[in-house]
Write a protein that binds this ligand. Structure first.
Ligand SMILES: Nc1ncnc2c1ncn2[C@@H]1O[C@H](COP(=O)(O)OP(=O)(O)OP(=O)(O)O)[C@@H](O)[C@H]1O
Length: 237
């Protein structure tokens, strides 16, 4: 199994917050849940992985390369879904598909059409008329249709009803199996992690208190109870 993402000893300082010595690894086939309280540093970690902010020390490698070596190669292989929809409100899914087919060499027109159908998204309705859930589904349809090797999802399913969430999570799981890809999903919804993740990373006040296979965590109780123990200081990393 190839390594898709390797974060080694990364630290980042903001004036009132530090991310300290982060190490994590995502292999082909891995779905890693990233959990942590508000302000724990999840989005900061995503920004580092996406090369959107600088860091103090350490290294970040995606698909065996770093951004200095080949940023275009890396970005082509990443799919991103954030908690907000960034498509122009006046565009419809058909027009958005056309735009992305010009951006990504790997754009798969058939996959895009089938995701739009699966998610019941009308191809000629402007995004401005979509509900929040429809916008999230469209973001997933776009992110998956350029066949990324690694998907980065920051609070992407928050605000969705349970049925829509399950539909999207199951789509993701299928995608990972079919494409031998990987996912990093930051979320506050533990049941999402339990449903699809095989690895779990827990950030607490800028420290990565654990990053392990869920099977080794759930052996000793639920994820929630383990988090509580870390927060109370009953368990140390
Ligand atoms: N550009 C910035 N300048 C200064 N401080 C920042 C900046 N961006 C984030 N921070 C700080 O870094 C800390 C971590 O923020 P971050 O957004 O990474 O947390 P998070 O885990 O994603 O939180 P949430 O679950 O609420 O989205 C916060 O204290 C925040 O104020």
């Amino acid at each position: 199994m190839n390594t898709l993402l390797k974060v080694s000893n990364i630290s980042k300082d903001y004036p009132n917050f530090s991310l300290n010595d982060i190490n994590l690894e995502i292999l082909e086939g891995d779905i890693m849940g990233l959990i942590g309280e508000n302000g724990a540093g999840k989005t900061t970690l995503f920004k580092l992985i996406l090369n959107l902010t600088s860091y103090k020390n350490g290294t970040i490698e995606l698909f065996g390369k770093n951004y200095k070596e080949d940023e275009k190669f890396i970005k082509n292989k990443i799919g991103i879904v954030l908690d907000q929809c960034h498509f122009h409100e006046l565009l419809n899914p058909q027009e958005i598909g056309r735009i992305f087919s010009n951006i990504y060499d790997t754009w798969d027109k058939k996959s895009y059409a089938s995701y739009l159908e699966r998610f019941n998204l009308p191809i000629k309705t402007k995004v401005g008329k979509f509900s929040k859930g429809m916008k999230v589904k469209l973001s997933f349809a776009v992110a998956l249709s350029h066949k990324p090797k690694l998907l980065l999802l920051d609070e992407a399913t928050s605000g969705l009803d349970p049925i829509m969430r399950v539909d999207i999570l199951d789509t993701l799981k299928e995608y990972v199996i079919e494409n031998n890809s990987g996912v990093l999903i930051a979320t506050h919804i533990l049941s999402d992690v339990e449903r699809i993740a095989n690895k779990l990373s827990f950030l607490h006040k800028g420290d990565l208190v654990f990053s392990e296979y869920t099977s080794s965590i759930t052996k000793n109780g639920s994820i929630e109870s383990l988090m509580e123990k870390f927060i109370k200081g009953e368990v140390r990393k």
